[in-house]
Design a protein around this ligand. Structure first.
Ligand code: PLP
Length: 426
């Protein structure tokens, strides 16, 4: 297929009228499809239903510490849940604190605490004239919403195929003491599915921040969320790497079982140095008497250990893989070679990131909506919801059924083609 840019106006108008007819046909079906949020499908949720049976009214609910999980006690997570999540996050059990049901909640609390009380004795951020965060883009909208909410200035850092542009990160972090953090989704990133290379992780660990209270917010939400058994990305463990480089306190690592068991009803944890965790526990002991230990116990008894969890993730992969492949093959077949969009083929995670011709993303999302397909809002993958190129669109293939996904992707490619032709003809 010839690239659209190379076609004459007449040829493009002819293609456009054919596409419009197709689009009207799909629109007439009055469909309601959603490729907007990275939610597991019902079939995936069903994988964890056994968790409902591991505890019942005759279960012994005493955890390894000898504490009755039905009662108060054990502030920072029961031992068996710590072991499970420590193995999942590839850190020692002593470097982990279990929170409640959401890692985003821990990230919010971490920023809130830094604002009001500072980081390990440094000036609270709210007392400073300016606080800035680096935001690799495209990135996770909810990260950006947290920093925006607290009035933290966000600086875009472009993503490359190996992670954030590290020349820019090193330059900014080492010269500007107002920069207090960076949001990272280092494995199967949201939305591009990129895993940071060894060199990128080494460079992160070697950072020499101008601010003593600078922290890397390492959100490893998709650490074991592979699509393939034989093609998996590997990420260097950052806590150990920072320790080796003499910066043990520079990183907070977050994760949860949201997309392993049940989103919103899983367990979440932070991993960090002993000194960081001491500061976190101090606040935690004021904030709560303890999180949901019954749920921690349920997770620990259901998965048993990391091997159980890894086996479980293979079942998720079997459901997710054909969906990713369906979207990717349609993109390749319908748009490949037309010069109107680019994308990567991730080996894990929850998203495919599509870059349209500049100035087209908002119109594509609006066009798809006309035919009943809801996509993530264009711009959402950038701080303040502003994509300077108006180009990036996040595709979330997990929730729709295979049938729905087929139609949804067809609507999407039709929308991309129609909007791109208009753009080229402008
Ligand atoms: N971090 C990333 C990168 C995500 O994509 C998501 C959910 O989509 C979350 C965190 C939310 O995690 P949790 O459910 O643990 O709050």
């Amino acid at each position: 297929m010839a690239a659209y840019e190379e076609l004459s106006k007449e040829e493009l108008l002819k293609i456009k009228s054919e596409l419009e007819a197709e689009f009207e046909q799909v629109k007439a079906q009055g469909l309601k499809l959603d490729m907007s949020r990275g939610k597991p499908s019902t079939e995936q949720l069903n994988l964890s239903m056994g968790m409902m049976d591991v505890l019942n009214s005759s279960s012994d609910l005493v955890c390894e510490e000898g504490v009755d999980c039905r009662n108060y006690g054990v502030l920072d997570g029961i031992r068996e849940a710590k072991q499970l999540l420590a193995d999942m996050m590839e850190v020692p059990k002593d470097n982990i604190v279990i929170f409640g049901n959401s890692s985003l909640n821990i990230m919010y609390d971490t920023i809130a605490r830094s604002m009001t009380h500072g980081v390990m004795g440094s000036t609270p951020w709210c007392k400073l004239d300016k606080v800035k965060f680096l935001c690799p883009v495209p990135g996770y909208d909810r990260h950006f919403k947290i920093t925006e909410y607290f009035g933290i200035e966000m600086i875009n850092v472009p993503m490359t195929p190996t992670g954030p542009d590290m020349d820019m990160v090193e330059e900014l972090v080492s010269t500007d003491p107002a920069i207090k953090g960076i949001w990272c989704v280092p494995k199967y990133s949201n939305p591009q599915g990129i895993t940071y290379s060894d060199e990128t992780v080494h460079r992160f660990a070697k950072l020499n921040p101008a601010a003593e209270d600078f922290r890397i917010f390492w959100d490893n939400a998709y650490g074991i969320h592979h699509l393939y058994e034989d093609k998996q990305d590997y990420l260097i463990e950052i806590l150990m790497e920072c320790k080796k480089e003499g910066h043990p306190d520079m990183v907070y690592k977050f994760s949860s079982t949201s997309k392993i068991s049940f989103p919103g009803s899983g367990i979440a944890a932070i991993a960090a140095s002993t000194a960081n965790l001491k500061a976190i526990r101090e606040q935690m002991s004021i904030q709560t008497i303890g999180h949901d230990k019954v749920n921690q116990l349920r997770h620990a008894r259901y998965f048993k250990d990391i091997h159980g969890m890894v086996q479980h993730m293979k079942k998720h992969a079997d459901i997710m893989r054909p969906k990713f492949e369906a979207v990717l093959s349609t993109l390749e077949r319908e748009i490949g070679g037309l010069g109107i969009g680019s994308w990567l083929s991730p080996r894990g995670g929850y998203f495919i990131s599509f870059d349209a011709l500049p100035g087209c993303a908002k119109k594509i999302v609006a066009k798809a909506k006309e035919a009943g397909l809801i996509m993530t809002e264009a711009g959402a993958t950038f701080p303040y919801g502003k994509d300077p190129q108006d180009s990036n669109i996040r595709i979330a293939p997990s929730y729709p059924t295979a049938e729905e996904l087929k139609v949804a992707t067809e609507i999407f490619v039709l929308s991309v083609k129609l909007v791109s032709i208009d753009k080229i003809l402008e």
